[in-house]
Write a protein that binds this ligand. Structure first.
Ligand code: UTP
Length: 289
């Protein structure tokens, strides 16, 4: 079945990137000249998904403004002969058909996904975490949608991380199917060293069957007193199994300060307008490090 809808949870408090996220949503923190969430919406659109729901919360109106038209700005740009930039601005408002819903309290990712129940209805859907930007020639969301179409099971994007890092993520029990595809039959959240099932963790993207909603509704509050999406995914893995895609792409965690800097530096190096100058600048300062 083809995936037509995507949900982007963006209602978290972003406490790890304060004070940047105090008055602007962390999902609007820029990578050079585009807010993080724009890369994510573009990834969904490039994956042939045209219906997107962004889960927002109080103080996140800048996200809606960003994907809206801006007639005043467009007129000024046109009057100055800047049709190129004007078209870029128009393009942002045409990526997809975007709807919004507010999560009333930041009660966890599982609770945020539950807010998408009526938007999603009875079909599988993609989830792109609002603070995980993944650069890839072939959109990672599309890589996961392809796996859903092939296997008809829930799909998660996975990557191997270090032994230290896996203790902060969920560790997957994996069996290789072929190439970069795995069957996942169990997982453990924040494992202790002797509980690690593999170094594969879920990172930033998944495709979920609609049954996830009834599972979430029966799932008890987990770590931090929040409704955890991974707790519901674990049930899915243990019952029907889910597919893990060791995706091709470079992921940046925009939810922490080091991730923001890595995303900015690597994107700036490839940037059409400033790439060459920035590379020279980095070379110059690196001799003084
Ligand atoms: P995170 O756990 O990274 O976001 O969730 P957070 O809670 O904002 O982070 P910190 O720990 O306070 O810094 C991943 C994605 O899920 C969204 C976030 O906005 C982020 O894009 N999220 C998280 C929600 O939409 N609602 C929630 O209740 C929690």
């Amino acid at each position: 079945m083809k995936i037509r809808k995507a949900v982007i949870p963006a209602a978290g408090l972003g406490t790890r990137v304060l004070p940047a996220s105090k008055a602007i949503p962390k999902e609007m923190i820029p990578i050079v000249d585009c807010p993080a969430i724009q890369y994510i919406v573009e990834e969904a659109a490039k994956s042939d998904i045209k219906e997107i729901l962004i889960i927002t919360s109080r103080g996140k109106a800048a996200i809606e403004d960003h994907f809206d038209r801006s007639p005043e700005l467009e007129n000024v740009l046109l009057s100055k002969g800047r049709e190129d930039i004007c078209n870029q601005m128009l393009n942002i408002s045409n990526f997809a058909n975007i709807s919004y819903i507010r999560q009333k309290e930041a009660n966890g990712l599982g609770d945020a996904i539950l807010c998408a129940k009526s938007f999603v209805g009875d079909e599988p859907f993609a989830v792109l975490y609002g603070d995980d930007v993944i650069r890839s020639k072939y959109p990672v969301c599309k890589q996961l949608c392809d796996a859903y179409e092939e296997f008809g099971l829930g799909v998660v994007g996975i990557k191997q991380v270090t032994k230290e890092a896996i203790q902060k993520y969920s560790s997957m029990k994996v069996d290789l199917i072929k190439d970069n595809l795995f069957k996942i039959t169990d997982m453990i959240e924040k494992p202790k060293i002797d509980e690690i099932m593999s170094l594969y963790a879920i990172l930033g993207r998944c495709v979920l069957p609609p049954e996830i909603f009834s599972i979430l509704e029966k799932t008890e509050l987990g770590a931090g007193g929040e409704l955890q999406l991974t707790d519901a995914m674990k049930k899915l893995a243990q019952t029907e199994g889910i597919i893990g895609v060791d995706f091709i792409g470079k992921r940046y965690d925009m939810g922490n300060k080091l991730g923001i800097m890595k995303a900015n530096i690597e994107t700036a190096l490839d940037h059409e307008e400033i790439g060459t100058d920035f590379r020279q600048y980095l070379k110059d300062i690196s001799t003084k490090l």
